[in-house]
Design a protein around this ligand. Sequence first.
Ligand code: GTP
Length: 602
Amino acid sequence: FDRRKIRNFSIVAHVDHGKSTLADRLLELTGVIKASTENAQVLDQLQVEKERGITVKAVTASLNYTFKNELYLLNLIDTPGHVDFSNEVVRSVTACQGVILLVDANEGIQAQTVAVHSLAKRNNLIIIPTLNKVDLPRADPDNVKSQLNSLFNIDPDTVLSISAKKGWGVKELLEAVITRIPPPDVNPTGYFKAHIIDTWHDKYRGVLCLAYIHSGTVEIGQEVKWQSNPKQHTVKYLALLRPGEEPINKATAGQVVMVGLGPKGGGSVGDHLLSIEATDIDQTNNAQPIKHMVYAGIFPADQSQHIFLSDAIKKLALNDSAVSVNVDSSPALGQGWRVGFLGLLHLDVFTQRLLQEYKAEAILTAPSVPYKIKLKGSKIIKHYKSEEVIITNPLQLPDSKHIEEYYEPFVMGTIITPVEFIGAVTTLCVDRRGTPLPSSAVDEKMTMMQFILPLSEVVIDFHDTLKSITSGFASFDYQDYGFHPSALVRMDILINGTLVEELSTIVHTSRLEYNARRLTEKLKEMIPRQMVQVAIQAVVSGKVYARETLKAYRKDVTAKLYGGDVTRRKKLLKQQAEGKKKMRSVANIKIPRNTFIDVLKR
Ligand code: GTP
C-alpha cells in the first residue's frame, strides 16, 4: 500500500464526550458495519467495557475510504480515555500522526480534555478540534470554541462541529482526517522494522500483536527476530483488523497490522519486530517504562482455588501488559500475589475481568502507593540491592536508623470546576496536603485549577469527594509528578503485643495521630469479643500513638437454644468450627479474615 494514501489517527476525549459513538459512525461510513442500533459500540469488545460504558483496551480498525477518486487506508487506533489507562493512550499515539480532539459542545472542556490535548502536543501530532453533540438543545458551540481558543490557542475557524449520534458532519470530519493529517513518515524500502503497540492471547495461535510498521515490508513466511531476542521466527499470521481479522499476505511501512509468530513466537508491547538482516537497534520509539501507581494484594477466596486463580491472572496479565505481578503471601490470606496497577480504576477493571472472563473469585487488600527510600551513608544493607529502593509493601521498609531520606510519589492534578466551588475545591486539596499552582479561566463560569498532590491522598476517594462537594460539576485528571522527599513513618499494629504484619502502613507524620486513632477504633469495632481482654495498639518505632481495649466476653452460640433440639445444636457448633477456618489467629486472638481487607479502607 502506498504510504501516501495511509492515515493513522486516533480519537481522544474526556470520558463520555462520544468517542465510541463517533468510532461507530466512522465504521458505518466506510462500510465496515451496517447502520443499526445492534452494532452499538463495536470497538468496545470486552464485557466489562459494555457494563461500565468505558473503553479499556486499545483496539484498531483499518478503514477503506475513497476521496477524490483515490482509495485511502485510514487506520483508526482506538484509545481508552481514562487517566488510569494513559499508558495505553501513549502507546497508541506512537503509531499516529494526528488525533481528533473531541469535546462535548454541551459540557465544554473538561480536565481530561486538557490532559489528552497536552499528550497530543507533546507527541507533535496534528490536532483536529471537533465539537460533538451539537444536536443537543443546550449545546453552546461558540462558547466551547472560545474555551479552546483561550486554553489551547486553537483558531475557532479550524474547529469542526458534529453530532456523532445523528451522523451530522461525520463525512466532513473523515475528509479532514485525510486533508489535515499527514501520511506516516516512514521508509518503505529499508529493512523491515515494526513497533508492537498491543498484544493479546489466542488459544490456538499464541500471542497476536498489533504492530506499526516503521520501515520495509513484511509477508507471510518471512523470517524475523525480536529486538529483545535474536532467535529466529517465521511470520505465520498477518491481518488487517476491520475490526474483524482480514488475512493479508503482505504489509508495508506505515500500516498498522496484526502479526502472529505462532504459539512459541512470543511478543510484548514496546518491543520491535525486525527482519533478520537488521542490525540497527533503534530505541527511539520505545514506549516509556510503565510506572505502577497503586499496589494491592490479590488472594484466592479459597486456597484450593490457588492454581486456577494463578492461571487466570497470568492470562489476564498478558492481555493487560500494564500490570505487574509478584508472588506474595500473608498469614491471614495465604498464598497470593502483589499486583501493581496504573491507578484505582485499572485495579477495579482488572479484578472485574478476573471474575467475568475467568470466573475467578479473589480477595483484594486495600490499595497502597509505592514509596522510595535512600539508605544512609550510601550503604547497601542486606536484602537491598541499591542505595535507592522502591517500597511496594510497608513490611519491606528497613529500620528507620538505616534510612537517610523518604520519598513519596506526587501528581499534578488538573481540576475544571464552576467558579462557585473554587473555595471548596481549595479546601479539599489543601486538606489532602496539596500545593496550589496558578489557575486559569476557562470562561466566565468555569476555571481550571492545578495542584501538586501526594498520590496517596488521591488514590483512595479523592475523585468521589470532589464530585460530591461540587455537585458533580468538577472534573479531575492527574499526571505523574515524580517522587519527592516527605516525612514518612511506618506505623505498626500490635494485638496483645504481637505485630500484625498485614496491618502495617506507611503514613505521613502529619496524619499519624489521626490514622493511629482511626485504625485502632475501627479494629475494636471489627474484632469480635474474645475470652480474654484484647489490647489493640498503633505503634511507631516502639512509641504507642493510640490504644483501644476490647473487654473479654465468653461466646457460646448455643447458649440461647436452651432445651433445643440436639441436631440444631450440633449444626451450630459445626458452623462455628467452619467459621474459625476463616479466622487469622494472632497471639491466640481470632480475627476474621475480612477485617484485614475492610479496616484499611478510608
Ligand atoms: P468512554 O468510552 O467512556 O470514554 O466514552 P465515550 O467518549 O466513548 O462516549 P460514548 O460514545 O459512549 O458516548 C457517551 C454518551 O453520549 C452516550 O450516551 C452517547 O449516546 C452520547 N452521545 C454521543 N455522541 C452524541 C451526540 O452527538 N449527540 C448526543 N445527543 N449524544 C451523544
